[in-house]
Ligand binder design. Structure first.
Ligand code: PSU
Ligand code: MN
Length: 311
C-alpha cells in the first residue's frame, strides 16, 4: 500500500488524510453491515453505492475495517471485495475485540462501536450506518445490551442511523441513551424511527429540521467538554417503508427461531438479520439498502455543515 498515511495503528488513504487536513467533509462508514448484515454480492453493491452516495453529496467516504494488523480508514476496491466476500468469516469487532483482532492480524469488520472508535482516532466527526445495536428484547434475563450504547455515551462522533430495528426493545434502548447522556435527534421528525418504519410512537429528545442545526448541536456539545456521541435518527424514505404489522410478525418469528437454536452473544444480531431477510422474501434487504443510502446522504450534509462551522 504505497502512499498511505499511517498514524499509530491507523492507515488512512491519501484522499481521506488530505480532506481531514484541509477541513473538508468526511463521512465514516461501518463494515459489519457489509460482512454480517447482508449477503454477498448485495453487500458489495451496497458498500459501493454508499461511497458513491457520500461523494455525490460532496463528502469523502471512509469505510473502516481491520486488515493485516492495521485499522484501515478508507478501503480501496480490492479491500472492499475482500471483506464483502469473506462475509461472516470476518470477525465482528466491537470495542472488546478491536485490540485482539489487530494483535493477531485477523480480518475484521467494525460494528458501530468499533467504527466510532476508529473515526474518533482519525478525526472524523460524522458516521453513517443503518441501525444501531441496543437493548435486546428480554434483556432483563439475557443482559444483552449492545456495546454500541456505551460507545455512544463516551466517544465524540455523530452517528446517523434510521433508528433501531424492533428486534430490539426500543423503549429500553431510548432509556439507556437518556441515562448515558446521548442526545437523540430526529431529522425532520419528533419520533424515533423504527428502521423499516418511519414511526415508533416514541419521542426523540429534539427534532432538527436542517443539517446546520445538527452541526451547531455537535459543536456546542463538544465545546462544552461533554464528550460522547450524538445520535441523529433519519427515518427510512417514505417510498421504501415496509408494513409495520407484517414486519412485527416476521420479527416475532425471527426471535423465536434464534431462541429455539440457542443463539447467544454477538451472533444474535446477525442471526436475526438473516432470518428477517428469509422471512420477508428479501424485502427487508431492499429496504435496508435504501435507508442506509439515505443516511449516507444526510451524513454528508451534516459533515459539510460541521466543517463549515470550523472554518
Ligand atoms: N443493526 C442493524 N444492522 C446491522 C447491525 C445492527 O439493523 O448491521 C450491526 C451493526 O454493526 C451494529 C451491530 O453495530 O450489528 C450490533 O451488534 P450487537 O447487537 O451484537 O452489539
Ligand atoms: Mn449483544
Amino acid at each position: 500500500m504505497p502512499n498511505h498515511l499511517t498514524q499509530g495503528r491507523l492507515t488512512l488513504t491519501p484522499e481521506i488524510a488530505d480532506a481531514l487536513a484541509g477541513n473538508r467533509p468526511v463521512v465514516a462508514l461501518e463494515s459489519t453491515v457489509i460482512s454480517h448484515g447482508m449477503p454477498y454480492p448485495k453487500n458489495l453493491e451496497t458498500a459501493r453505492a454508499l461511497e458513491a452516495e457520500v461523494r455525490g453529496a460532496g463528502a469523502v467516504p471512509a469505510t473502516i475495517a481491520v486488515m493485516d494488523g492495521r485499522i484501515r480508514v478508507g478501503l480501496d476496491d480490492d479491500a472492499l471485495e475482500r471483506l464483502a466476500s469473506a462475509g461472516p468469516a470476518a470477525w465482528k469487532l466491537s470495542r472488546r475485540d478491536l485490540p485482539v483482532a489487530l494483535a493477531v492480524g485477523a480480518l475484521g469488520a467494525t460494528t458501530v462501536a468499533a467504527t466510532m472508535i476508529a473515526a474518533r482516532m482519525a478525526g472524523i466527526a460524522v458516521f453513517a450506518t443503518g441501525g444501531i445495536g441496543g437493548v435486546h428484547r428480554g434483556a432483563e434475563h439475557s443482559f444483552d445490551v449492545s456495546a454500541d450504547l456505551d460507545e455512544l455515551a463516551r466517544t465524540s462522533v455523530c452517528v446517523v442511523c434510521a433508528g433501531a430495528k424492533s428486534i430490539l426493545d426500543l423503549p429500553k434502548t431510548l432509556e439507556v441513551l437518556e441515562t448515558r447522556g446521548v442526545p437523540v435527534l430526529g431529522f425532520g421528525t419528533g419520533e424515533f424511527p423504527a428502521f423499516y418504519s418511519r414511526r415508533s410512537g416514541l419521542p426523540v429528545s429534539h427534532r432538527c429540521d436542517n443539517v446546520t442545526e445538527v452541526a451547531n448541536i455537535l459543536r456546542t456539545k463538544w465545546e462544552l467538554g461533554l464528550e460522547g456521541g450524538v445520535l441523529l435518527a433519519n427515518p427510512i424514505p417514505l417510498a421504501d417503508e415496509l408494513d409495520a404489522d407484517a414486519m412485527e410478525d416476521a420479527i416475532g418469528r425471527a426471535l423465536a427461531d434464534a431462541d429455539a437454536k440457542g443463539i447467544k452473544g454477538k451472533d444474535v444480531t446477525p442471526h436475526l438479520l438473516a432470518a428477517l431477510e428469509r422471512l420477508t422474501g428479501g424485502r427487508s434487504l431492499t429496504a435496508n439498502m435504501a435507508l442506509i443510502r439515505d443516511n449516507a446522504r444526510v451524513a454528508a450534509g451534516v459533515a459539510a455543515a460541521y466543517a463549515a462551522l470550523e472554518k
